[in-house]
Design a protein around this ligand. Sequence first.
Ligand code: NAD
Length: 498
Amino acid sequence: MRDIAHFVNGHTLTGTSGRFGDVFNPNTGEVQARVQFATDAELDAAVQVAAKAQIGWAATNPQRRARVMFEFKRLIERDMNSLAEILSSEHGKVIADSKGDIQRGLEVIEFACGIPHILKGEYTEGAGPGIDVYSMRQPLGVCAGITPFNFPAMIPMWMFGISIAVGNSFILKPSEKDPTVPVKLAELMMEAGAPAGVLNVIHGDKSAVDAILTHPLIRAVSFVGSSDIAHYVYQTGTAHGKRVQAMGGAKNHGIVLPDADMDQVVKDLSGAAFGSAGERCMALPVVVPVGKNTADELRERMVAEIASLKVGVSTDADAHYGPVVSSQHRAKIADYIRIGQEEGAELVVDGRDFQLQGFEKGFFIGPSLFDGVKKGMKTYQEEIFGPVLQIVRAESFEEAVALPSEHQYGNGVAIFTRNGRAAREFAASVNVGMVGINVPIPVPVAYHTFGGWKRSAFGDTNQHGVEGVKFYTKVKTVTARWPEGEVGDSSFVIPTMK
Ligand code: NAD
């Protein structure tokens, strides 16, 4: 059995805890490797190494740090195919989607290549007589990232890309379900020229997370995962004096107005609800058609669209999506489908019996469609995170906007319409962090910023873009006076500008 070890100080660090997690191949259902879980002492060793490395790295001029980022990007592009294959074999998403996962992370690295410009700071000449004021952004020290299984390349790069570019060192604690690509990324960062210790990977479960949240030398923690754990990470990390951003779960709605281009809506919804087996925090698992005619037409066309979908192994280039990540997750999705029926929603398409010939032990589940889903239902309120699309019918625009606005999650939302005025009003008023207008998955580009509202994110700063730079730096402001002439009098009054 292959063991996946930690990566510390530029080398493999073999864990000693005797605790492991199974890493499955979701296509076959077989365990393909086991990942070592760190002890507190191993986490501490990584932090000590990172703290040492950070001093020299922060003193390296920003242009040189940017050159490492440029080279890292080149190396990932060189290894794109093999990285995507590994990613798919542990996660289950199809290869093209794994390439998308890597590419969206690389776009943050491209942003980080501009760090010399972004870090320039502000300057006021002549703020007073002989007085200049300038501010600079300085790195925090050692930062850490804790990431979910569903984007094992993109989300680590959101975090360490920015954190390292601004001069921090980093401890990454990736998901134990698909840990190989994160280790490869750290190896490539070394090959790109980052000094040993600047990027380290420590594997583990809650125990490793707790060790990170309580370690006195870790200054900031970025987390992405489910909401209850995000909330716990936020509370525990901040109670230990750390800066924390913790992104959580989601239940994104797609509002379909009667004037929408229905051909496009059906295609967009299909990709956004079922792509990656629905295991995306920016998936669209809820569709809200406005008016009976819109709902009836949408339902009929979605049924036909679903019949055309191909579920297959992640290496099948024709498959629209592959297996889900684990048998437990498959069972959880099937459970939600059962509960949905019990609470009175109409199960129009049932994907539970789907089996892929030759891969009967794989974690596959077919696409499902519910109609008549209501606000009070558990299956509407909670995140299913699987290939299940729920139709919630609304009578009016106002009723449709209220649904995502009042939902506990507020990650993403989309509206489909030809009416610019309605779209504009929707974008301005909806109580959700990321909005798509005729865009089903409104993940912002890397130089903007990613973050939901309500129980989809705890903390004040978003991921990547300028917000990411703010999260991983602290501002220092210098007021400098170079007086001319005689020594002035003491002043016992707070200085003001006359
Ligand atoms: P998860 O919450 O189970 O795990 C996330 C991380 O937390 C992993 O590294 C895991 O090892 C660690 N962890 C697990 N149990 C823990 C515990 N009890 N205490 C402390 N840490 C623990 O999430 P997941 O299943 O890997 O990922 C799916 C979830 O992530 C979904 O809810 C999805 O919506 C969310 N997600 C959110 C975003 C976003 O930006 N808002 C992006 C991607 C995924």
